[in-house]
Design a protein around this ligand. Structure first.
Ligand code: GLU
Length: 373
């Protein structure tokens, strides 16, 4: 199962921990970033889509500001993050440029994903970057994030990103080999746990024992993140990021790290949320061609297939799709308001531009936001 899931993983989120890319004493480690970039580039050469979540802003900022210790005060932490983030990105920019690859910086707060419209917007931006072959490098927007809107640590952020982009795999690169049966620094007989099929209380306890090797989260937050993404059907691999060449070797069949299996069928929580939690604010009636395109051919909904619009809704709201006989067969998050949709229903893309000007989206409901019932 592990081998198949790794082989099939097309979209991969890789989380890079602070201690891999920076130390408090000497600041950022561009040599390490160069090597990580080579490994990531090699994985991308294999035809996979890569997104990075990288920590290290605060730690490299501490050194840049000449601070003696990890700051306790929030404004100082935020100042360190601000100076550190640009240095961190600059190192990634240079490392990937050398390999002929483009990167982009994305800074997120939890609020950005808790709000449906912003969630969708972030999703669209990330998909567009991936289509352009760019490697998005994501971090928490530490300079503005206060407690209520924080992810807290980058393991949690990486889990949210994996869900945001519907990843096939989350890789957490750390400075340890994976999850151990006990703390390997204190107990010489502690062994690596190569495969976790379910995160039980016992696994959580062992993660606690492994203690905090690095950064904010430690092993406990990695296991909690793996538990959450497993529920969305995404497997997690916790791997040592200090060993050059290990990441690409994993995709060639090497067995290393701790692999956590996903649970159940792969329906993202969001699709579940669209299908079972959200109340619809309106509906669109579709012609036979559009029904067929959505149900059988897995297409997005375009304005040309809409016969009628009813209800009062805005972009990001849930609506239902019915056939000509009024039977509801799908639900999705809509990109246009009911008012706009009433103007463009039945029109082709070229006619839409003439009617309401150029639009950010072509699709009324993107496939990713559509659930067939
Ligand atoms: N966002 C923080 C940084 O870049 C890292 C948080 C963490 O290590 O989990 O410094």
């Amino acid at each position: 199962m592990r081998d198949d899931l790794l082989k099939q993983a097309r979209r991969v989120v890789v989380k890079i921990g602070s201690s891999l890319v920076a130390s408090r004493e000497s600041g950022l480690r561009p040599d390490r970033i160069d090597r990580l970039a080579e490994d990531i580039s090699a994985v991308k050469d294999g035809g996979r889509e890569l997104l990075l979540v990288s920590s290290g802003a605060i730690v490299s900022g501490i050194q840049k500001l000449g601070l003696k210790a990890y700051p306790k005060s929030l404004p100082v932490k935020q100042a360190a993050a601000a100076v550190g983030q640009s240095r961190l990105m600059w190192a990634y920019e240079k490392a990937f440029e050398r390999l002929g690859r483009k990167v982009a910086q994305i800074l997120l707060t939890h609020q950005d994903l808790a709000d449906r419209r912003r969630f969708m917007n972030a999703r669209h931006t990330l998909s567009t970057l991936i289509e352009f072959g760019v490697i998005p490098i994501i971090n928490e927007n530490d300079t503005v994030a206060v407690d209520e809107i924080r992810f807290g640590d980058n393991d949690t952020l990486a889990g949210n990103v994996a869900h945001l982009v519907d990843a096939d795999l989350l890789v957490i690169l750390s400075d340890v080999d994976g999850l151990f049966t006990d703390d390997p620094r204190r107990n010489a007989s502690a062994t690596l746990v190569p495969l976790v099929s379910e995160i039980t209380k016992d696994i959580e306890r062992r993660a606690g024992l492994s203690g905090s090797f690095e950064g904010t989260g430690g092993m406990a937050s990695k296991i909690q993140t793996a538990k959450k993404v497993a529920e969305y059907g995404i497997p997690t691999l916790i791997l040592n990021g200090e060993k050059p060449g290990l990441l690409p070797a994993i995709f060639e069949g090497l067995n290393a790290g701790t692999f956590i299996l996903p649970r159940g069928r792969r329906l993202t929580s969001r699709k579940h949320w669209i299908a079972f939690t959200l109340r619809t604010k309106g509906k669109v009636t579709l012609d036979d061609g559009a029904v067929e395109a959505l149900v059988r051919r897995g297409k997005s909904l375009l304005p040309s297939g809409i016969i009628e619009v009813s209800g009062d809704f805005g972009p990001g709201d849930a609506i239902s799709c019915t056939d000509r006989h009024g039977k509801e067969f799908a639900k999705g998050l809509v990109n246009f308001s009911s008012e706009t949709l009433a103007k463009i229903k039945g029109l082709k893309t070229s006619e839409i531009q003439r009617t309401i000007g150029s639009q950010e989206y072509e699709e009324v409901i993107h496939r990713d936001n559509l659930v067939i019932l």
